[in-house]
Design a protein around this ligand. Structure first.
Ligand code: UD1
Length: 359
């Protein structure tokens, strides 16, 4: 069997790591296509080196652009790659523009598509990721769902027959790296200047278009983070830096200390070292949950609804409306509630390979 993985953005590289490792233990051929959606070393190269992913076989080098330009560039560039490689399966990951473009390119040439992390829904049609997920699920031949909730969404859309529950591959990689970090196999992460890793701090990220692309909203979110009573380590995505610069907003002010994004092991270590997480990232909400740190999510909804159980994750889209309660919410301690294993047992990637082989 020959499987061609299409990846391009940081969270997809994290998911690729356990999949590539699972393929490496088999006779199957695994071809990695990097679209180039993310190209900064901090968002791309450090994930390949840090997670032991083989170098991409093909690099499309599309870079940034508006949704149409970026999606179209990947779509066009995929045609000759698919013609040459003729894979048995095209494996697409998550919900980015690279996911949608890889899917459309493959189905148009009658290659079978499997969607990893199928069935997630925010039901917010303003999110570019929501368009990408829904369209990818309906075009793909095989839907590899991470959770029971995702299976229910797929069934509600008439897609049950193509859906298989495999668990979440992020558990595979997160727990493996957690164990390596706690065993002292990784250097301490480089946190932003002004953060003392031995004193309590919150770890924050902010990159979603809904939060970054409206100047007033972004200013209010930054002010809310800066007003917290504990130091906040803000790992700044290039989109956030670009928007803040454009609007004349300072990312380092008050309690808020901005620094560079971290490689994956650094991120896991930074979460483990923190008192809690404040974020609008999907992946980080789940990493906080898996690593038993309370998470505050700066969005009105989450795709990872399991994290909300027992108050491990709390949705706070407009922190400035809470007054003094904002600080107590963001700095709340870890709840006592048991988390169970809603995301699976850490063997999802192996299951993905088996399901692809059998389908
Ligand atoms: C993309 C995904 C989002 C995912 C996120 C993870 C879509 C629609 N969104 O959002 O779901 O959560 O990746 O990070 O696909 N930039 C750089 N260097 C880079 C990459 C981006 O400077 O290596 C800057 C550019 O100004 C670019 C902007 O960030 O225009 C946005 O990048 P883009 O890939 O379009 O979307 P993300 O916000 O990263």
């Amino acid at each position: 069997m020959k499987v061609l993985s299409v990846v391009g953005a940081r969270p997809q590289l994290v998911k690729l790591a356990p999949i590539a490792a699972a393929f490496a233990t088999t006779e199957h051929e695994h071809v990695i296509v990097h679209t180039g959606q993310h190209y900064d070393a901090d968002l791309s190269d450090v994930f390949f080196s840090g997670l032991g992913i083989p170098d991409p076989d093909v690099h499309l080098g599309v870079g940034s652009g508006s949704h149409g330009v970026q999606t179209g560039a990947v779509l066009g560039a995929m045609d000759p790659v698919l013609e040459r490689e003729k894979p048995d399966w095209v494996l697409v990951y998550g919900d980015t523009n690279s996911t949608l473009a890889g899917t459309v390119a493959a189905v148009k040439q009658h290659f079978r598509v499997a969607h990893l992390e199928a069935g997630l829904r925010s039901f917010n049609r303003r999110m570019p990721e929501e368009h990408n997920r829904v369209l990818t699920d309906h075009a793909a031949d095989l839907l590899l769902a991470p959770t029971e909730e995702a299976m229910r969404h797929l069934a509600a859309e008439g897609l049950a027959q193509r859906s298989v529950l495999v668990g979440d591959v992020m558990v595979d990689v997160c727990l493996r790296i957690r164990d390596a970090v706690t065993a002292g196999e990784h250097p301490r992460p480089v946190l932003p200047d002004g953060i003392d890793p031995d004193q309590p701090y919150l770890l924050a990220t902010l990159h979603r278009a809904e939060n970054t692309d409206d100047p007033e909203r972004l200013a209010a979110l930054i002010e809310s983070l800066a007003a917290l009573p504990v130091p906040v380590a803000l790992l700044a995505h290039p989109r956030l830096i670009a928007r803040a610069d454009g609007y004349g907003l300072k990312l380092t002010q008050g309690s808020l200390h901005a620094g560079r994004p971290l490689p994956y092991a650094g991120m896991v270590a930074a979460v483990l070292g923190s008192a809690g997480v404040v974020t609008d990232s999907g992946g980080l909400q789940k990493e906080a949950y898996l690593l038993a740190r309370p998470c505050t999510t700066l969005r009105p909804e989450t795709e990872w609804v399991e994290t909300l159980e027992g108050d491990w994750n709390r949705l706070i889209p407009n922190p400035w409306t809470l007054g003094a309660e904002w600080a107590s919410a963001a700095t709340r301690t870890a709840p006592a509630a048991d988390r169970g294993e809603p995301y699976g047992d850490g063997r999802a990637a192996q299951r993905v390979v088996e399901v692809l082989q059998q389908s």
